[in-house]
Design a protein around this ligand. Structure first.
Ligand code: NI
Length: 181
């Protein structure tokens, strides 16, 4: 299939609410999922949301064993999640640095809930029902925000915690820039 170009911040469609998927187990949906998979892999994303490739439908993909953009994070199960619903299971939040394929080269520190329940459907229309914590919960919250037109800078509490990855390097990875593993 195809690696699609990423829609970047500032494009009006990224700020819109995406629409629910109404037809499952059909070729049109399979084609979208395949393009999203190809794009996720090609760009080394931790996750991707359909509006990031110009498709304003409520579809997200996420998951990896090891991700070069988030080298310190534990694996997240590869998941196709359609029409997701998140329920927060704690009021506790944790701050961590996030990036986004739609904001290349940038990172920001964002609070996210530490424990959530999420549900939705895969491309076959089968129900997905999970509890997630840590980075897994963070990725789901980040990707699902895209479906409501929200990008992570809108979640940053202190804008001094927003900037370019190479400049922030030492704060992000604890080692000076240039010693990228
Ligand atoms: Ni993103």
């Amino acid at each position: 299939m195809a690696v699609l170009p990423i829609v970047r911040m500032g494009t009006p469609s990224l700020a819109e609410r995406s629409v629910e998927v109404t037809e499952f187990a059909c070729q049109a949906l399979y084609d979208i999922i395949q393009d999203l998979k190809d794009s996720l892999v090609a760009y080394s994303g931790a996750g991707i949301a359909a509006p990031q490739v110009g498709i304003n439908q409520r579809i997200v993909l996420f998951g990896f064993d090891h991700n070069p953009r988030y080298p310190q994070e534990k694996p997240v199960p590869f998941t196709v999640l359609i029409n997701p619903v998140i329920t927060v299971l704690t009021e506790e939040t944790v701050d961590a640095w996030e990036g986004c394929l739609s904001l290349p080269g940038l990172r920001g520190k964002v609070p996210r809930y530490t424990k959530i329940h999420y549900s939705g459907f895969n491309e076959e229309g089968e129900k997905i029902d999970r509890i997630a914590e840590g980075f897994h919960a963070r990725v789901v919250q980040h990707e699902c925000d895209h479906l409501d037109g929200i990008l992570y800078p809108q979640r940053i509490v202190d804008m001094r915690d927003f900037g370019f990855e190479d400049i922030l390097w030492e704060r992000l990875y604890g080692v000076p820039y240039q010693s990228k593993r």
